[in-house]
Design a protein around this ligand. Structure first.
Ligand code: ADP
Ligand code: MN
Ligand code: MN
Ligand code: MN
Length: 371
């Protein structure tokens, strides 16, 4: 064991003592917000004199915005979770960012999403997102890989120390999310060694984006403890075919009820007409990340053409086999990249499927490549 890792494990033991110290009625609240690049999270912590009973008890706060100049912005708390790192009564609070005139700052896609979700409330839209990520060491190499690399492709859900690296991180993240109150639904190992997935949902409306962003925050914090880095890059390793997505499962009250299949088919028909609009918002770089990812190789679909099928997975949108057998449930949009903004993805889905957003693809009507 190196000197660094020895002293690191000592630090963790010492930290336990300090965390056991009573803090009286006071409460530590960690404000979490999305940064200028729309991909990373920022946080800072303050003391409140009493434990907040709800989001309204948590005051707004200021922060510095680093896009060019250093502008003062407002952090407005929107959803509160329990803090799994310093434990009760401490809180994590997700915030929206506004400028001094209360205009949402660049990365704040939530405000728009809230408005649209309000318009479609009567449909009771549910989402479930499958967040894939890849672990890297501080040496920027895939975490745990032997120096010569992993010679062959692994399967997802693999078991065995020669096949999966970093299961502890997945386990700790899962438990931390449960403690926090994040609606995490499950986890599995992914196809690339040291690549993992967790699912969040089902969540209704704006809840989806809130819970996924907080699950990502918790992931990055858990990774700090293990001295690894979680990458949400859509194609994490250049010379490997494997990619990371954030499949988004979607349903409405009607789709979940008897005869729901016809509502799903209509929604998918609408999606087929707006393929390029959706790809523009399914990663933070206007489609550039998905251009690298959606190559029709392996379980990915084509960046250029919309496709759909039941049970087959290399399509844009899939109706799961069990859903088509039962005739109701939900469908899966497999196009969002791992680093997508869930507010943009869920908003685009309801705009196209429920609000009948128009504006067809620029090119003449696209062929559906699978039936
Ligand atoms: P896959 O077979 O594609 O790997 P997963 O089991 O990883 O599927 O993920 C399924 C996702 O579907 C979960 O996030 C879950 O929350 C979500 N889900 C389940 N039921 C519904 C529903 N009725 N509406 C929307 N999402 C749902
Ligand atoms: Mn999955
Ligand atoms: Mn997966
Ligand atoms: Mn999936």
């Amino acid at each position: 064991m190196s000197v660094i890792s020895e002293s690191l494990s000592l630090h963790k033991m010492v930290k336990k003592h300090y965390l056991s110290l009573a803090s009286g009625a006071q409460c530590q609240v960690t404000y979490v917000w999305i940064d200028e690049a729309k991909e990373n999270l920022l946080c800072k912590t303050r003391t409140l004199n009493n434990e907040p009973a709800g989001i309204r008890d948590i005051p707004e706060w200021g922060a510095v915005w680093n896009d060019g100049g250093s502008i003062e912005v407002k952090l407005v708390p929107v959803r509160m979770f329990r803090d799994p790192f310093t434990l009760d009564p401490n809180k994590l609070v997700l915030c929206e960012v506004f400028d001094s005139k209360h205009v949402p700052k660049g990365s704040n896609q939530r405000s728009q999403c809230v408005k649209v979700m309000e318009e479609v409330k009567q449909f009771q839209p549910w989402f479930g997102m499958e967040q894939e990520y890849t672990l890297f060491g501080l040496d920027e190499k895939p975490f745990g890989w032997p120096p010569q690399g992993v010679p062959f492709r692994r399967v997802s859900c693999a078991v065995g120390i020669n096949k999966v690296y970093g299961r502890d991180i997945s386990i700790c993240h899962y438990r931390a999310c449960l403690y926090a109150g994040v609606k995490i639904g499950g986890t599995n190992a992914e196809a690339l060694a040291s690549q993992w997935e967790f699912q969040v949902g089902p969540c209704e409306g704006i809840e989806m984006g809130d819970h996924l962003w907080m699950a990502r925050y918790i992931l990055h914090r858990v990774c700090e403890d293990f001295w690894v880095v979680a990458s949400l890059d859509a194609k994490p390793i250049k010379d490997r075919i494997n990619t990371s997505g954030c499949h988004t499962n979607f349903s409405t009250k009607e789709m979940r009820s008897e005869g729901g299949l016809q509502y799903m088919e209509e929604a998918i028909r609408r999606l087929s007409k707006r393929h390029s609009q959706h790809l523009r918002v399914y990663d933070p770089h206007g489609g550039a990340d998905n251009m690298r990812r959606l190559t029709s190789n392996r379980s990915t679909s084509s960046f250029h053409d919309f496709s759909t099928d039941t049970a087959r997975r290399n399509v844009s949108v899939r109706i799961p086999d069990h859903v088509s057998r039962e005739g109701c449930g939900y469908f899966e949009d497999r196009r969002p990249a791992a680093n997508c903004d869930p507010y943009n993805v869920t908003r685009a889905l309801v705009e196209t499927c429920l609000l009948g957003a128009t504006g067809e693809d620029d090119d003449e009507e696209r062929e559906t490549t699978a039936s």
